[in-house]
Design a protein around this ligand. Structure first.
Ligand code: SAM
Ligand code: MD0
Ligand code: SF4
Length: 370
C-alpha cells in the first residue's frame, strides 16, 4: 500500500471503530481529491449510516410560508434590501392546505420556515401569537412532528413552542468562524444565534445546525464546525452549497459544484455518526439527490408541493412547479440507492428516543440566556 492509502485506511478504520477523532484527520478527509479515495470515504459513510438507520430514510416537507425578512444576510436572495423579489406571506388556511397535502403524500415532518418577517418580529411577543397558533394548528391538522425555522426567536416564544411539543428548532450558523459569520450574517450577533440553539436544546427540543460551503470558508473552518456540532450534540447536521443570488452582494461569487458538499456530508456522517443529515433538494434539485444519499445523508429535505406558489431558499423555484420535489419523484430514487422511506412510527421513535436521551441537557439553571 502507498503511504496515502495507509493513512486513509487508518483514519477510516478509527472512525468506524468509534475512536476519538482529531481535527487534522477531519481536514485530511475534507482535502481529498483522488476520486478513488473519495469513493472510499463515501462507502465508509454509507456503512455507518446503515449501522444506525438500516436502509431507512426520513422525508421532510418544506413550507416557506413567509418570504419577508428584516435581515441582510449577504448570501440570501430574501435579504430585506433585495427589492427585485416578489414576496408572499401565506394565510393559515393556505399553510394548512399545503401541510395536509404533504402529510397525505407521506412525509414524516413539516418544516415551517420564514424570513425574520417584521409582521411577526416588529411587535414584541404579541406579534408571535398568530405564529404560535399556526404552528399548533399544523401539528393538529397533520398529526406529524414539526420543525420551525423562523430565525432567532425571542426566548419567551421558543419556550412557548417547546411547551407546545414542537419537535425541532432549526437555526443555522453558516460558519463557526466569527469573522466570516460577520460578513455573511451582517448585523446579527454570533453568540446570540448560538445561544438560541442551546436554549432550544435545553428546553428539550431537537436542534438542527447548518453550514454553507463555497462562501470563502477554509478546511479548518469546516473542521471547526463539525467539531462544534459534535460538542453541542446537534441532532441534525446540514451542509448546503452556496448558490450565488442576483441582487445580493455575493452575486458574483464563483459557484462551486456539489463535490465539496458531498465530502462534507460523508465526513459529518463519519464523525457525528447517529445524527440526521439532510440531502436537500433545494441546491441541485432532484438530479442531485442520489449523489447526496450516496455520500451518507439519511433525510430528504425541501419536498415542496406544486401549484401553491411556494418557494425554495437556495433556489427560488427549481423543480417545484414541475412536481419534481414530490414523493412521486423522490421514492423511486431512494429505491435505486437500495433505500426506502421509514415508517411513521420509526421516525417518531427516533425523535422521541433522541429527546429522552437529552432530557437534562444542559442543567437548566446553568443555561445562559441572552
Ligand atoms: N430566516 C431563517 C433563518 O435565516 O434562520 C430561516 C431561513 S433559513 C432555513 C435559510 C437557510 O438557507 C440559510 O440559513 C442558509 O443556510 C440557506 N441559504 C440561504 N441562501 C442560500 C443560498 N444562496 N445558497 C445556499 N443556501 C442558502
Ligand atoms: C431545505 N430549503 O431543506 C430548506 C431549508 C430550513 N429548515 C431548511 C434550507 O433545503
Ligand atoms: Fe432572512 Fe434567513 Fe435569508 Fe437571512 S437567511 S436574509 S434571516 S431569510
Amino acid at each position: 500500500m502507498l503511504p496515502a492509502d495507509i493513512k486513509l485506511t487508518r483514519i477510516l478504520n478509527g472512525l468506524q471503530k468509534g475512536y476519538p477523532v482529531e481535527k487534522n484527520e477531519i481536514t485530511y478527509l475534507l482535502n481529498l481529491s483522488d476520486p478513488k479515495e473519495i469513493d472510499r470515504v463515501f462507502e465508509a459513510a454509507r456503512k455507518i449510516r446503515t449501522r444506525y438507520f438500516g436502509n431507512k430514510i426520513f422525508l421532510y416537507g418544506f413550507l416557506y410560508f413567509s418570504t419577508f425578512c428584516r435581515n441582510e444576510c449577504c448570501f440570501c436572495q430574501y435579504r430585506q434590501s433585495n427589492t427585485a423579489l416578489l414576496r408572499y406571506r401565506k394565510t393559515r388556511e393556505e399553510i394548512l392546505d399545503a401541510a395536509r397535502e404533504m402529510a397525505d403524500a407521506g412525509v414524516h415532518l413539516i418544516d415551517l420556515t420564514m424570513g425574520e418577517d417584521p409582521e411577526f418580529y416588529a411587535s414584541g411577543d404579541a406579534g408571535f401569537k398568530n405564529f404560535v397558533g399556526m404552528v399548533k394548528s399544523v401539528q393538529d391538522a397533520t398529526n406529524l412532528g414539526v420543525m420551525i425555522s423562523p430565525g432567532a426567536l425571542p426566548d419567551s416564544i421558543l419556550s412557548k413552542l417547546a411547551a407546545a411539543d414542537v419537535t425541532w428548532y432549526a437555526c443555522y450558523q453558516e460558519t463557526h468562524n466569527k469573522n466570516l459569520y460577520k460578513e455573511l450574517r451582517q448585523g446579527q450577533r454570533f453568540e446570540k444565534r448560538l445561544a438560541k440553539k442551546q436554549l432550544a436544546k435545553g428546553l428539550g427540543m431537537l436542534i438542527e445546525e447548518g453550514i454553507l460551503t463555497g462562501v470563502g470558508e477554509t478546511l479548518d473552518d469546516l473542521a471547526d464546525s463539525i467539531l462544534w456540532m459534535k460538542a453541542v450534540a446537534v441532532d441534525q447536521a446540514r451542509v448546503m452549497t452556496f448558490i450565488p443570488q442576483p441582487g445580493t452582494p455575493m452575486a458574483d461569487t464563483r459557484p462551486q459544484n456539489s463535490l465539496k458538499e458531498r465530502i462534507i456530508i460523508a465526513v459529518m456522517r463519519l464523525v457525528l455518526k447517529d445524527v440526521l443529515i439532510p440531502a436537500s433538494l433545494d441546491v441541485d434539485g432532484l438530479s442531485g439527490l442520489k449523489a447526496r444519499l450516496d455520500a451518507g445523508a439519511n433525510v430528504v429535505t425541501s419536498i415542496v408541493p406544486p401549484q401553491k406558489g411556494l418557494a425554495g431558499v437556495a433556489n427560488h423555484s427549481l423543480d417545484i412547479e414541475t412536481s419534481r420535489r414530490t414523493l412521486d419523484h423522490v421514492l423511486p430514487i431512494l429505491k435505486t440507492c437500495g433505500l426506502a422511506s421509514a415508517r411513521h412510527r420509526e421516525y417518531r421513535a427516533w425523535t422521541q428516543n433522541r429527546q429522552a436521551a437529552f432530557l437534562h441537557y444542559p442543567q437548566k439553571k446553568e443555561r445562559k440566556i441572552c
